[in-house]
Design a protein around this ligand. Structure first.
Ligand SMILES: Cc1cc2nc3c(=O)[nH]c(=O)nc-3n(C[C@H](O)[C@H](O)[C@H](O)COP(=O)(O)OP(=O)(O)OC[C@H]3O[C@@H](n4cnc5c(N)ncnc54)[C@H](O)[C@@H]3O)c2cc1C
Length: 388
């Protein structure tokens, strides 16, 4: 088996590394401690290179750089600890609009998402529906030529910096739940929208968003009326596929190795001298290789035109669970040092392991929880019966 990438993909990897060395600053990484996983200057520099339109297929108007290049871009950005959430979400929103959006959305909004002048965010989950996203209650009702939207969304991450939310609504409450859904793209400066912060135990800020008689023209509809479930499938395909975060562990392992090699214990030994510590580090590095295997396999399927299905869920499940496990292992090894937070000047590498430990659980929740991912793998890969 030949696991090497085509030369043009490796050339692109080298270009990304050079770009990050020149454009990603410590200040940008530090700015994410306020909970907003977005660096506007970096985003703009990437847009200028056409990298935001890169993953969008050529036939849909993107640069069609291919899935392998996309996964390499994600990998290098995460290895460098560059904020990627706003970039990944905006690319997914643009891709959904290109597949299902009206002419208005494709010509007016998509170019702004891809040139970096606007950001999108996801409005699927509600206080009473997350895993069972099709149970959404936010109503969209026709009033003449307009739609009127009323309801509440929970966990609308990035809404406080985004320009548009792609919103899942209920247009027909009298049919089975998957059949009465419709998507809209809603400008977040529309009258009637309120955005309230939802802090998480990690650095990440999310939001609750409220829609009170928000009026929209039909040009803001995405996909068919009551055809929202087809749009949702496209959205999840992109989110769980090649644009997500499959490489969260390496910066944490890097911090753990640095600590193990440089921390001197009271008996004069270093943690790296301890075979138990070395074994944990090696096991974590092996997990990263498995993550690479999953992510590259998913990308290779997409590159061959066989759009991945359950493979995206496998990748996401393995990477997020491994990340959570690694953070726990390393904090455990570090003892009290592992409890020092970012704000403590004595914290090792700015408290990177402690902060990631608090962040890691949410990666096993958003984009589909681990239990939901296991269900999908059980049904889609192992052929086990559907239980819902
Ligand atoms: C930090 C953060 C950011 C997020 N960002 C966004 C965003 O930007 N946009 C957005 O729309 N959503 C976002 N979400 C929402 C996220 O997608 C949901 O939280 C997630 O899908 C779970 O839904 P829930 O919270 O309603 O939990 P529930 O669906 O109520 O699940 C509760 C528990 O039950 C389990 N469970 C549920 N159903 C099953 C089943 N059938 N089989 C087995 N176990 C099951 C779940 O795995 C979980 O452990 C975010 C969430 C977080 C925490």
């Amino acid at each position: 088996m030949d696991f090497s990438f085509p030369p043009e993909v490796e050339d692109f990897r080298a270009e990304v590394r050079t770009f990050l060395a020149e454009n990603l600053t410590e200040e940008m990484i530090a700015a994410t401690h306020d909970g907003t996983i977005h660096a506007p200057a970096l985003h703009a520099a990437m847009a200028e290179r056409g990298w935001l339109s890169g993953p969008v297929p050529e036939e849909l108007g993107g640069a069609g750089r291919g899935a392998l290049a996309s996964v390499v871009l994600n990998e290098e950005m995460q290895l460098a600890r560059a904020p990627i959430d706003a970039m990944a979400v905006s690319i997914v929103v643009a891709s959904i609009l290109l597949e299902h959006g009206s002419d208005h959305l494709r010509t007016e909004v998509v170019p702004r998402l891809l040139d970096g002048s606007a950001l999108g965010c996801f409005g699927y989950s509600e206080p009473e529906s997350g895993s069972d996203v099709a149970a959404a209650k936010t109503r969209a009702e026709r009033d003449g030529d307009e739609w009127v939207i009323n309801g509440a969304k929970m966990w609308t991450s990035l809404a406080h910096v985004a320009d548009y939310v792609i919103l899942l609504t209920r247009t027909d409450p009298d049919v089975p739940k998957h059949k009465g859904l419709t998507f809209f793209l809603v400008p977040l400066d529309s009258p009637g929208i309120e955005i309230r912060p939802v802090p998480t135990m990690a650095v990440e800020r999310s939001n609750a968003t409220f829609y009170d008689d928000v009026r929209l023209g039909d040009e803001w509809r995405v996909g068919d009326v009551d055809g929202g479930w087809a749009v949702m499938k496209t959205a999840l395909k992109y989110e769980r596929g090649i644009t997500g975060g499959q490489f969260p562990s390496p910066p944490v392992i890097e911090a753990a190795i640095d600590w193990a090699e440089n921390h001197e214990r009271s008996d004069g030994t270093r943690p790296i001298d301890d075979p138990t510590v070395r074994e944990r580090l090696v096991r974590a590095l092996i997990d990263v290789e498995v993550c690479r295997g999953f992510a590259y396999h998913t990308a290779a399927l997409a590159e061959e035109g066989a759009m991945f299905g359950v493979e995206g869920s496998m990748t996401k499940l393995f990477a997020s669970e491994a990340y959570k496990k690694h953070c726990r292992w390393f904090q455990d090894l570090m003892g009290v040092d592992g409890l020092l937070t970012h704000h403590n000047p004595d914290a090792h590498l700015g408290g990177r392991i402690e902060e990631n430990l608090r962040h890691s659980p949410v990666t096993t929740i958003y984009g589909g929880t681990s239990e939901i991912s296991r269900n999908l793998v059980a049904e889609g890969h192992l052929g086990l019966p559907r239980i819902r």
